[in-house]
Design a protein. Structure first.
Length: 378
């Protein structure tokens, strides 16, 4: 591991590859099955084994996972889905794709996640699902609200796009009983290049997910190859995960212990370096149980935009994750006052965070943050 800070590496997040991904893709290419095949199913089984669950359904993206997961849970037109405004817009677009409507709620600004009291306060007769977003990979425990949700028939569909590898208690996120949706995009804790997965609750739900991802066709690809017809019994999309992507995921999963070690170490390096700097507050990731995909801070005193511009000008790849969705033009129909989220949206900033970075890079970024804060405060 380099002991010298590398500002160019700190500029932007990049996928982290372990070296075997190219050979795995070449092998999948030579097999000649690019839409859905044995490698995809092998990846599903490996994910299920890692999480300790009976089944996992792989799909083309994290957004597709959210869409399919909501549909499998019975969400559709006339329903509401409780969701934090503080999330990536894909979360909301997946809700709208089902024909349902979002009901935006606040988050705890110290952690970026919803709290049970906010969920309970937002319930209406039309609520069919709650979609907690596991911001920064942190698990969300809605057990205090579970009785009320169960009594109303409300399903928890977790947006765990950032939380693969994290824990809730003694179980991995995905093994806690909710419909859980993961993303395996380019800079996630585990990447397939592009991909996602749903953890269903029952064999029936798994079957529904597989039909939804495969154009509503009942029979498997292997069975269709040996038959003269097939059966379409309902709505479906073409959102299967390609074996090419699954091949990358299998290699990544083999090296996941390294991802856990490096990501937690990098987050702790940032936390130590940021400690004591006035004007900035670290968003708590609960790193003992969370596998962090990012390092988020709040820039206080109205200085975020100036500090952001200053850092970008000096080659530090900071970002904003995320602007509140209830203020977006596309979602204005469902806008409601959310002052906590609006304030958080003006403060939030994410620091460069990927496995190419070293503790020295974290020190370099933090020194640039300190310098930018000093300049912005004058």
């Amino acid at each position: 591991m380099s002991l010298t800070a590398s500002p160019d590496v700190a500029r932007n997040a990049r996928p982290y590859l372990y070296g075997g991904e190219g050979a795995a893709i070449a092998s999948a290419l030579s097999a000649g099955q690019y839409n859905h095949g044995a490698v995809t199913e092998e990846f599903e089984q490996a994910l299920a084994g890692f999480l300790g669950v009976p089944d996992v359904v792989a799909v083309a993206s994290g957004t597709a996972a959210l869409h399919v997961g909501l549909l499998a849970a019975g969400v559709g037109p006339g329903h509401e889905v409780i969701v934090p405004s503080f999330t990536f817009c894909a979360t909301v677009q997946a809700i709208l794709a089902t024909g349902a409507q979002p009901r935006f709620i606040e988050v705890n600004p110290d952690i970026g996640c919803v709290e049970p009291a906010e969920v309970l306060g937002a319930l209406t007769p039309d609520t069919r699902a709650v979609m907690p977003v596991l911001y920064g990979g942190r698990a969300v425990d809605l057990s205090p609200a579970r009785l009320a949700l169960d009594e109303q028939g409300v399903t928890v569909v977790e947006d765990a796009a950032q939380a693969f590898g994290s824990w809730q208690g003694d179980r991995r996120v995905g093994a806690t009983g909710a419909v859980t949706c993961f993303s395996f995009g380019p800079i996630k804790n585990l990447t397939c290049g592009l991909g996602g997965a749903i953890v269903p609750r029952t064999p029936l739900e798994a079957d529904i997910c597989r039909r939804l991802r495969g154009l509503g066709i009942v029979e498997s690809a292997a069975r269709r190859a040996e038959a003269t017809t097939y059966t379409v019994d309902g709505f479906g999309m073409r959102v299967q995960m390609s074996p090419l992507n699954a091949a990358v995921g299998l290699v990544q999963l083999d090296h996941f212990a390294e991802a856990e070690t490096r990501r937690r170490a990098l987050w702790r390096s940032y936390a130590a370096a940021l400690d004591g700097i006035d004007g900035i507050a670290l968003v708590d990731a609960d790193v003992e149980r969370t596998l962090p995909p990012l390092c988020a801070v709040r820039v206080l005193n109205g200085l975020r935009d100036r500090v952001f511009r200053e850092l970008r000008q000096h080659g530090v790849g900071v970002g904003v994750h995320y602007p509140p969705n209830h203020t977006q033009p596309a979602f204005s129909e469902w806008q409601r006052p959310l002052p906590v989220t609006e304030h958080l949206g003006r403060e939030i900033m994410t620091l460069p965070f990927h496995q190419h970075l070293t503790p020295a890079d974290a020190e370099h970024v933090t020194s640039e943050v300190r310098r930018a804060l000093t300049g912005a405060d004058q």
